[in-house]
Design a protein around this ligand. Structure first.
Ligand SMILES: Cc1cc2nc3c(=O)[nH]c(=O)nc-3n(C[C@H](O)[C@H](O)[C@H](O)COP(=O)(O)OP(=O)(O)OC[C@H]3O[C@@H](n4cnc5c(N)ncnc54)[C@H](O)[C@@H]3O)c2cc1C
Length: 246
């Protein structure tokens, strides 16, 4: 069998579509092209580039999505798409039906050191990654989790073996990123000079991610293995027009 790199696109089919909440679409992808796909050990929130099909091969574009679940035996991958009302991938997910095709490349993602306590913060787009992250945290780990979604209807169960404190925050769809309560929540949970070994994980809009990254680096002085703060999207900018990891 020919070897494949993370940049190769694997063409797969939509096997099932469901709506865990009104503004989230869960899509299960499957196909023989997923053979050999593997999630790297230690990467707690893996992601893939999803290529949205187009009749014009030159016009195809990709967007980054977290792998919510992957089953290497059944060859199924579940991805959860936020329906944000305007965007190539969001629109595709809203219309997707079993039998539709999409491309997958990757996976990518960062590892975090094992620590006493994790502070995990994310908006709606990070909820799939947070769900997976909490699936894999070991029993005995502690995590303070802050999730910001548009309203109560978007909350999801977050099972974990780890000891969790989960706080749901609400920011209306269309409210500016500056209205996010995530930075204050993270700062209150991780005051300068706090005790114990902590790691901070965040996925959020770019302005929000920048504030949390600056707190993790400048105030807490966390080394790179103890923070992963990623811009998942940027208000007013199509993905590809901004840096996720700046
Ligand atoms: C590592 C990583 C993992 C990610 N995992 C997920 C995931 O599991 N599920 C998920 O839904 N998203 C996830 N995202 C975010 C997703 O890639 C972006 O939201 C992406 O822009 C969506 O593409 P689109 O084609 O729908 O919109 P684009 O064409 O990229 O953008 C069109 C317009 O929509 C706006 N926009 C984009 N996203 C949102 C949003 N959420 N709310 C409001 N406006 C928005 C943009 O600012 C732009 O103005 C992840 C991003 C990264 C970097």
């Amino acid at each position: 069998m020919a070897s494949s790199s993370v940049c190769d696109v694997r063409w797969v089919e939509v096997a099932a579509v469901s709506s865990p909440t009104p503004r989230m679409r869960s899509i299960v992808l499957t196909g023989p092209a997923l053979e050999g796909f593997a999630l790297q050990p230690g990467v707690i929130a893996p992601h893939v580039a999803v290529t949205i099909p187009s009749d014009d091969a030159c016009a195809r574009q990709s967007r980054i999505y977290s792998v919510r679940r992957f089953d290497p035996v059944a060859l199924t991958m579940e991805i959860n798409f936020v329906l944000h009302g305007g965007g190539l991938a969001s629109g595709w997910a809203e219309r997707a039906r079993p039998g539709d095709r999409a491309g997958i490349a990757g996976p990518g993602g960062l590892a975090l050191e094992t620590v006493d306590r994790y502070v995990i913060a994310g908006d709606h787009t990070a909820l799939p990654a947070i769900g997976r992250l909490l699936d894999v945290l070991p029993a005995g780990a502690g995590a303070d989790v802050f999730v910001e979604v548009p309203d109560e209807a978007e909350r999801q169960e977050l099972p974990s073996r780890a000891g969790l404190s989960v706080t749901w925050l609400h920011r209306e769809r269309g409210a500016p990123p500056v209205a996010s309560r995530l930075p204050d929540a993270v700062m209150e949970a991780t005051p300068a000079g706090g005790s114990g070994t902590v790691a901070v994980w965040t996925g959020a809009e770019q302005t929000v991610a920048r504030r949390i990254r600056s707190h993790a680096r400048q105030t807490l002085k966390l080394p790179s293995g103890r923070h992963s703060v990623v811009a998942y999207w940027k208000a007013g900018v199509t993905q590809g027009g901004f840096q996720c990891y700046d």
